[in-house]
Design a protein around this ligand. Structure first.
Ligand code: SF4
Ligand code: SF4
Length: 343
């Protein structure tokens, strides 16, 4: 992989020049909340160690959109959400989460909406330093080696820039004058020191590698019912987790002509009580304990078996968000502690 150097003073001009490749998106403040959105100006981009509250999945697996329009003659897919985009400021764990979502949505039969949004989006990654609840060192997702077009590591006065695709090469070629091919021994040392400093900044960790085994052993554990006593079934954990990908599909009929309508798709959560309710009234996961077990089974065990990558990328959002403190840290701690914690 090609690695170049760019002085920090060129960053804004270079990023702005990428609008030639598509509309610019990235973390920006919307109603005082950091969020991935379209950038009207490059000055709206917020490059920070904090993650946007809602992960990057919202740009590829939108919260709500219309899949198709139908009438008595047939249907027409609605691809109006597809556009050329360049997504700036994407952290390593978010890139890992997209690689996981690729395994889910791009396997056969491929999801055409996700696939087209992916194929039309460039990913410009940026390094970050751990925040209070970052767990990506435990999940080995703090560094990324694929899944981006360009990746910038911030070394203060300059960036080391990894070029990850032919599109990334084209972007560099447009403003070659900003880039220096000569990465020196001193630069490598600076990078090594940056990694060492970053590794020492993590405040929290968990035994991620042993979790698949522990989850298997804990299928009948009492801890699921203990956590079930306090879980609110609010689904917030699913909304903020970058690898959660469930959705529901609803046909919405025209009020004046029931032959005409549209099919909408909305995020859903297996933590909701009616998620596994089927025709005839049977609910496969009526109990909160079973739903919690399913959710954490996906994050800590099953995804790895099914897709070759574990379902948790250590972003820490479940730690930030769950109103009653159910998250990968508290679950893994409870599963590996001798006493069953009373909730
Ligand atoms: S685990 Fe927490 S965030 Fe998730 S549904 Fe239960 S209360 Fe809500
Ligand atoms: S389980 Fe929690 S820490 Fe892991 S990816 Fe999901 S929200 Fe992030």
């Amino acid at each position: 992989m090609r690695i170049l150097k760019m002085q920090s003073k060129f960053l804004d001009v270079f990023l702005e020049s990428l609008n030639k490749f598509g509309n610019l998106y990235g973390p920006t403040y919307k109603n005082k909340v950091l969020s991935y959105d379209r950038l009207a100006n490059i000055s709206d981009l917020v490059l920070t160690d904090e993650h946007p509250m809602i992960p990057i999945k919202k740009l590829f697996h939108p919260m709500k959109f219309t899949m198709l329009h139908f009438n008595e003659m047939g249907f027409t897919p609605d691809y109006s959400t597809i556009e050329k985009r360049v997504i700036l400021g994407v952290h390593p764990c978010e890139i890992h989460s997209l690689l996981i979502l690729d395994s889910v949505f791009m396997r056969e039969p491929m999801d055409p909406y996700y696939a087209q949004l992916r194929q039309n989006s460039a990913i410009i990654g940026f390094s970050c330093l751990p925040t209070e609840n970052s767990l990506c060192f435990s999940t080995d997702t703090d560094i990324v080696e694929e899944g981006f077009d360009l990746f910038f590591v911030n070394l203060g006065e300059y960036f080391l820039v990894w070029v990850g695709s032919s599109l990334g090469h084209d972007m560099i070629y447009e403003r070659e004058e900003f880039f220096d091919k000569n990465v020196t021994h001193d630069d490598i040392q600076e990078y090594v020191e940056w990694r060492q400093k970053k590794n020492k900044m993590f405040k929290k960790s968990f035994e991620f590698d042993s979790m698949p085994d522990i989850m298997e052993l804990s299928y009948e554990s009492e801890i699921w019912e203990e956590f079930a006593k306090i879980c609110l079934s609010c689904g917030q954990c699913s909304m903020v987790c970058p690898t959660c990908n469930c959705y529901s599909v609803t046909d919405v009929f025209d009020v004046t002509n029931e032959q005409i309508g549209r099919r909408d798709r909305n995020w859903d959560s297996c933590m909701y009580v009616d998620y596994s309710l089927v025709a005839g009234g049977h609910n496969f996961r009526a109990s909160r304990g079973n739903r919690l077990k399913l959710w954490y089974g996906h994050k800590l065990k099953t995804f790895g078996k099914d897709y070759g990558r574990p379902g948790c990328v250590g972003c820490g959002r479940c730690v930030d968000s769950c109103p009653v403190d159910i998250n990968v840290l508290t679950i893994s701690e409870a599963l590996t502690t001798k006493e069953v914690p009373e909730k």
